[in-house]
Design a protein around this ligand. Sequence first.
Ligand code: ATP
Ligand code: MG
Length: 240
Amino acid sequence: MAVDGYLLKADGIHASYGKLEILHGVSLEVQPRELVSIIGPNGAGKSTAFKTIVGLLHPMPGRVLFDGRDITGLLPYQVLRLGLAYVPQGRIVFPQMTVLENLEMGAFIETDSSRVREGLERVYGLFPILAERRQQKAGTMSGGEQQMLAIGRSLMTTPKLILLDEPSLGLSPKFVTLIFEKLIEMKRAGYTLVVVEQNAAKALSVADRGYVLELGRNRFEGTGQALLNDPEVKRLYLGG
Ligand SMILES: Nc1ncnc2c1ncn2[C@@H]1O[C@H](COP(=O)(O)OP(=O)(O)OP(=O)(O)O)[C@@H](O)[C@H]1O
Ligand SMILES: [Mg+2]
């Protein structure tokens, strides 16, 4: 259940690595069933914002509210249990394990085997290639296939919200297109998504709303279309 309509709200989050503060008060909101894109230059703090939301870092100060609760200070597995899934940057899979074993790992918080089976069906429905390759070692798959596996693994727990950090990074144009198609398909299927992307124009074009972060702060926000048409955003982040 969302309070005031939002599913996720990060409110003035500050975050540091050691003594070095990287986020200086970042705020964002996500409504149920939205696809929200976050763009911004390298080092802006996009990944750090995700890490803070999912509990890998703790905001000081700042608050993170999710699904009607204050989740500030919870640990990543607790956040995951509440329905907030996170696909980190760098398509991390277990290379020596099969596709199926990787997906089962995604369901580590599920104790009911019928829920695991339902999860597999859901993932195979969205990514038929993973069904075909279920016995293949994940490390032998292409980069794009590994990214689909990393996303699929996050769907094994029926998340209410999925944070995807750079899902298209380093992929060939064919797979970049495919990943964006999958994001649209996931949104249509009712998932709520927040995507950090280098591929700024593409990310804004599929987004309901977007945020531009710079130097650990909010710089611009608006609908995907409004940001795409904003002359400043165009000049600074969309290559003219
Ligand atoms: N574990 C860490 N320890 C110290 N500093 C870090 C650590 N991780 C990130 N940083 C620093 O925090 C800043 C923000 O990094 P972050 O990864 O959040 O940026 P980003 O916007 O995701 O960038 P990119 O587009 O390159 O992925 C950078 O200056 C980075 O060097
Ligand atoms: Mg990053």
